[in-house]
Design a protein around this ligand. Structure first.
Ligand code: 5GP
Length: 195
């Protein structure tokens, strides 16, 4: 039997609050059996409705550190200065790629850089808001962060928008439907089959 051609890695980044998760969920639905999400590990607390092993692997600080020291992460990073770790586990990526599936990573710009350094072919897509004002409005309407956290996320966002301009593909999330179509078209152009 012939081995399946290995899958490819797709990285989607964008500032917090730009609507990445909604777009990613719809893209995953369209490519259901071909494209698998990498479930990141994090030390932050789950938000209401988030489930362990589904939205994230929620790890305690000590467990995260233990796995980091063991080399379990393809990349990991302390995303916001005051605090929480996020990372992509090799176990979320390697087996799927070997089985010929594509894997989608929703990670920040610094983590994405590490992935680019370690993996040969990565499809890099950056999601942009219409404007910084629109991003602030979205972050506030989500109602999950306090004022200080919103301020911190906005200043991180400014840096991310600058670094994101180096990504191969730029998608503006003005209308979710259009943005999802654009992302799917990019993936098809790069060789991913639709179900
Ligand atoms: P949130 O706390 O809103 O779920 O995510 C905050 C940020 O962490 C997002 O911008 C997201 O892209 C980033 N992030 C989530 N998982 C990972 C990961 O595994 N690695 C890295 N580097 N960033 C991540």
């Amino acid at each position: 039997m012939q081995a399946a051609e290995p899958g490819k890695l797709v990285v989607i980044s964008g500032p917090s609050g730009v609507g990445k998760s909604t777009l990613v969920a719809q893209v995953l639905e369209r490519f259901n059996s071909q494209l698998k999400p990498s479930i990141s590990a994090t030390t932050r607390e789950p938000r209401p409705g988030e489930r362990d092993g589904v939205d994230y692997h929620f790890l305690g600080d000590a467990e995260f550190e233990r796995r980091r020291a063991k080399g379990d992460f393809l990349e990991c990073i302390e995303v916001f200065s005051r605090g929480h770790w996020y990372g992509t586990l090799w176990s979320e990526v390697g087996p799927s790629l070997e089985a010929g599936k594509w894997v989608l990573l929703e990670i920040d710009v610094d983590g994405a850089q590490t992935v680019l350094d370690k993996v040969d072919e990565v499809i890099m897509i950056f999601i942009r808001p219409n404007s910084l004002e629109e991003l602030e409005r979205r972050l506030r309407s989500r109602g999950t962060e306090n004022e200080e956290a919103i301020r911190r996320r906005l200043s991180v966002a400014q840096r991310e928008l600058e670094l994101g301009s180096q990504y191969e593909y730029q998608v503006v999330n003005e209308t979710a439907e259009v943005a999802v179509d654009e992302i799917c078209q990019i993936l098809q152009d790069r060789g991913l089959f639709n179900d």
